[in-house]
Design a protein around this ligand. Structure first.
Ligand code: XIL
Length: 315
């Protein structure tokens, strides 16, 4: 039987998952990863708190392990992420309100150093992650200290350092047409009209079984971003189920996965489908929300779930 990766290759789709370097030491994990996927996102190890935990030092070890594994196995890497409001180091947060600090220099230095280190190795960067709140900019550290054009500056700095990397803005709850995706649409339209380098939008798709999406609205939304000439990646798919896991819930979950993959298959410029974790064994939803059913496509023993077979049918 062919793996997801083999089908994905024929369909020209990137099929990805988010990982930590330590998981590569789990043999079953590593085997499944290279058999089934061709795209890897470091789940945490490229975030500031991990890669830049001291002001004048970078720690690339964890992320390097992931990138080396990916390249060795002919996979592409999604760099995640150059800017986020969470998982930032203490030293950075302490500078807030310090008027003697040049925040643009700090951000530019971070981007320059990290992007340069991975130049030619990271295929696409989530330059900006979760910068919006409902119908406006989120008042993050960078927003407050630099102003709203930190976004365009970051995109330019990244592009300058690695002109071949694809640059993304990634966010949650922008999958449907709603005030947040409307705001994003205006924002990127404006960036593009100013020739700011930007290749695509990442739709996260952290879903819960019970409040599923209006797929028509999702498709309309996808279309309007594609019409701007952008590409789209599904970047963090998981479909959490609450309460006891039943056949019925697994089926419903598999159907949602299938609907998402149908959209990926249908539009050439929807280029990637990434789940936020490979197996339920290591999902953030288990760790952080104490829910044993985070809804990935492999169970804790790395057996494929119904959703796996359903997306394969489409791929
Ligand atoms: C999460 C990781 O999975 C957790 O391990 C970490 O503690 C917090 O971050 N949206 C994102 C991801 O863009 O970076 C987040 O990852 C999940 C939500």
């Amino acid at each position: 039987d062919k793996s997801l990766r083999k089908y994905a290759k024929n369909s020209n789709i990137l099929i990805g998952t988010a990982i930590e370097s330590i998981q590569l030491e789990d043999i079953k994990f590593a085997e499944t990863l290279k058999r089934e996927f061709n795209y890897i996102t470091p789940e945490n190890s490229m975030k500031w708190g991990f890669i830049h935990s001291k002001r004048y030092e970078f720690d690339f070890d964890r992320a390097d392990k992931i990138v080396d594994f990916a390249l060795k196995n002919n996979m592409k890497v999604r760099g995640h992420t150059l800017i986020w409001h969470i998982e930032n180091p203490e030293w950075l947060l302490k500078l807030e309100n310090d008027t003697s600090v040049n925040f643009e220099n700090i951000l530019a230095y971070h981007i320059k150093t990290v992007v340069k280190h991975y130049k030619g190795k990271v295929y696409a960067w989530d330059v900006i992650n979760e910068a919006l709140e409902y119908n406006r900019y989120k008042e993050t550290f960078w927003y407050k200290n630099i102003g709203e054009d930190y976004i365009e500056k970051a995109l330019k700095w990244t592009h300058k350092e690695d002109p071949n990397a694809k640059l993304f803005i990634n966010d949650n709850m922008i999958e449907e047409i709603n005030p947040k995706s409307d705001f994003l649409y205006e924002l990127v339209n404006n960036l593009l009209s100013k020739n700011v380098p930007l290749d695509g939008i990442g739709f996260q798709f952290h879903l819960k079984l019970n409040n599923s999406l209006d797929m028509e609205s999702v498709e309309k939304n996808i279309k309007r971003f594609l019409e701007l000439g952008l590409e789209i990646n599904f970047t963090e798919v998981d479909i959490e189920t609450e309460g006891e896991l039943t056949e019925e819930k697994l089926e419903k979950q598999a159907t949602i996965y299938k609907k998402l993959m149908i959209l990926v298959k249908k539009y050439d410029k929807v280029t990637a489908f990434t789940t936020w974790g490979l197996s339920d064994k290591y999902s953030w939803i288990v760790r952080e929300y104490d829910n044993k059913n985070p809804g990935l496509i492999f169970d804790e023993e790395f057996n494929p779930k119904l959703a796996y077979y359903k997306i394969k049918e489409i791929l």
